[in-house]
Design a protein around this ligand. Structure first.
Ligand SMILES: [Zn+2]
Length: 224
């Protein structure tokens, strides 16, 4: 592989100043990102080990002109020394393209974008019924969708008056994390407190860095 041209910039210098950080496979980068999100906005929730009962809420999508349940967010977590939340731009993404720079499976997996499905929920058993944002990993999202898609057995599942809650059970931490999803069989009502944000906007916050430049920094950080 030909060495890539380095084009240092001010931004690059400032991120390099902090130096390389030790990399091990057992650091829960996504957990760290979630912690940061939660610290920035009380709206974001983290699924802790144990059971969490949630009621999904619909949001008004300006972009799609209708009510929606979730907004998909693709990010490159933990591939950069300081940027923990690099958006994946989909086809032509220069970070995704770095997978061809290595033959190491673990490294390729690490470079690949991770998906989160943002959903507005009310968490049962907490004070009030405030609206919170659940950044659901694929398995959680899939488990909830399987129930909602099954309109014969679970008709009107998203009704605020008589819809369903979901019980999310988390076991393990880091790479050993597993989730199982159960629908709560009794229908119930929900009266959310607070504004349900447009999740499309939350899922795609502005990112003012040049992606090619970021890709170069990732190359250096991961020593590709
Ligand atoms: Zn990407």
């Amino acid at each position: 592989m030909a060495p890539r041209k380095k084009t240092p910039t001010k931004k690059k210098a400032s991120s390099r100043k902090r130096g390389k950080q030790p990399m091990t496979n057992d650091i829960d980068y996504e957990g760290i990102v979630d912690d940061a999100r939660q610290a920035r906005s009380g709206q974001f929730m983290t699924l802790t080990v144990g059971q969490t009962q949630v009621r999904p809420l619909l949001y008004n999508s300006v972009k799609h002109g209708r009510k929606r349940l979730f907004a998909k967010q693709s990010r490159h977590f933990g591939v950069h020394a300081t940027l923990r939340n690099i958006p994946c731009t989909g086809s032509g993404c220069p970070i995704c393209a770095l997978q061809t720079q290595t033959t190491d499976d673990d490294l390729q997996k690490r470079i690949r974008a991770g998906d989160k499905f943002l959903m507005a929920v009310v968490v049962r058993g907490e004070e009030g019924s405030r609206v919170q944002i659940l950044p659901a990993p694929y398995g959680v999202w899939r488990g909830i969708m399987e129930v909602i898609e099954n309109t014969k057995i679970y008709p009107d599942s998203l009704s605020p008056k008589k819809g369903f809650d979901f019980l999310i059970t988390r076991t393990g931490t880091g790479l050993q994390t597993k989730y199982s999803i159960n629908v709560v069989p009794d229908r119930s009502s929900v009266s959310p407190v607070g504004v349900i944000p447009d999740l499309d906007l939350l899922a795609h916050p502005s990112f003012d860095r040049d992606m090619d430049e970021v890709a170069e920094e990732v190359t250096e950080f991961l020593q590709l």
